[in-house]
Design a binder for this molecule. Structure first.
Ligand code: NAI
Length: 335
């Protein structure tokens, strides 16, 4: 792994993106680690200047630096440009989406002691973008599942579990209905599981998984899912720990990684200093882990926990009255 100063591609994105990105940069800088930030525009905000939501220089920058911190980018529903996230993941082959979901002190939630990790396949499934009109009134959307992608995401989940002393991987599926596609996914997971005798393995149907999660998320450790199930289940899990403002994420490939919060661009609160920056700050901590800066990553997480425990400087979504900039300064002061 490279040594500091680390050159990191910075994609502020749309809506609250620039606000939470300024917050994350402030806190990461407070760790004392030297960064060189290479700012790139992507998303709706890039279209005016570059004519595309994902200019080629963004991809080139991430390819060169191998690490990026990204804010949310807007995607029009039903029409318009393809999601920048989907495009980035596919173009850079960021095949593993990692979303740790942990209860944090002082955050209102019906659930306590949640400590699970969602590992989602990021490159295929119904997100392959292969849709067409068969005849007027009938459309087809293709679900692509391959042995290669299923095997490498399963291996990622088991390697991650081993490296982070996780005990059990549960592969989530609907192979009772999609016997071929989800059946292949499960076959690959089973084969990989046999290579990791130290990590327990189980399987669960996706609808039952959702119910079991809502009843008792504390019983889950690592969830291994295809792309669509992973997308839905990870947002469900975000709800256990205080919502979208709290959950970090990472998209990891063999040659690069993009770190971003689970939440979107929140146009309803953009530009008002109301956004909770914790999700992107914790994504920055995941980036520090990835860079091998474990001590700094832990300091960032500790500073976040301290501000939440103290409960005096909280944003509106956490029941407080503080703005983005105030909570950011409180966290940065504790790093
Ligand atoms: P959203 O996550 O932007 O907002 C959902 C709700 O959560 C809103 O009420 C918003 O105010 C609130 N919220 C989200 N993040 C927050 C934060 N940090 N602090 C406080 N409140 C927060 O989801 P929505 O409305 O479905 O999507 C808006 C746009 O974001 C869409 O264009 C969508 O495509 C895009 N999006 C982008 C993502 C990405 O780039 N990774 C992920 C999800 C959505």
């Amino acid at each position: 792994m490279s040594r500091p100063p680390y050159t990191v591609t910075l994609i502020p994105g749309d809506g609250i993106g620039p606000e939470v990105m300024a917050a994350a940069v402030r806190v990461l800088t407070a760790t004392g680690i030297a960064f060189e930030w290479e700012t790139q525009q992507a998303g709706a905000s890039a279209i005016g200047e570059h004519g595309t939501a994902l200019p080629s220089q963004v991809l080139e920058s991430v390819r060169r630096n191998k690490v990026a911190l990204k804010g949310p980018t807007e995607t029009p529903v039903g029409t318009g440009h393809r999601s920048v996230n989907v495009e980035l993941r596919i173009q850079l082959d960021l095949y593993a989406n990692l979303r740790p979901v942990q209860s944090l002190p002082g955050v209102k939630s019906r659930y306590e002691n949640v400590d699970l990790v969602v590992v989602r396949e990021n490159t295929e499934d119904l997100y392959s973008g292969l849709e067409h009109v068969v005849v007027p009134g009938v459309v087809e959307s293709l679900k692509i599942i391959t042995e290669k992608a299923s095997t490498r995401i399963a291996r990622f989940a088991f390697d991650y579990s081993r490296a982070h002393s996780r005990k059990k991987v549960i592969a989530v599926h609907k192979a009772n209905i999609m016997k071929l596609s989800d059946g292949l996914f499960l076959d690959c997971c089973r084969k990989v599981a046999r290579e990791y005798a130290d990590v327990a393995y189980d399987e669960m149907i996706v609808d039952n998984t959702c119910m079991q999660l809502v009843l008792d998320p504390g019983r889950f450790d690592v969830l291994l899912l295809e792309n669509l199930y992973g997308d839905i289940v990870s947002d469900l899990c975000a709800g256990f720990v205080g919502g979208l403002g709290m959950t970090p994420g990472a998209n990891i490939g063999a040659t690069g990684a993009v770190f971003e919060a689970v939440h979107g661009s929140a146009p309803d609160i953009a530009g008002k200093n109301l956004a909770n920056p914790i999700a992107l700050i914790l994504s920055g901590a995941l980036m520090l882990d990835h860079l091998g800066e474990k001590d700094a990553a832990e300091r960032v997480r500790k500073a976040v926990r301290a501000v939440l425990t103290e409960g005096r400087t909280l944003t509106r979504d956490l029941g407080g009255t503080a703005g983005t900039t105030e909570i950011t300064e409180a966290i940065a002061a504790g790093v």
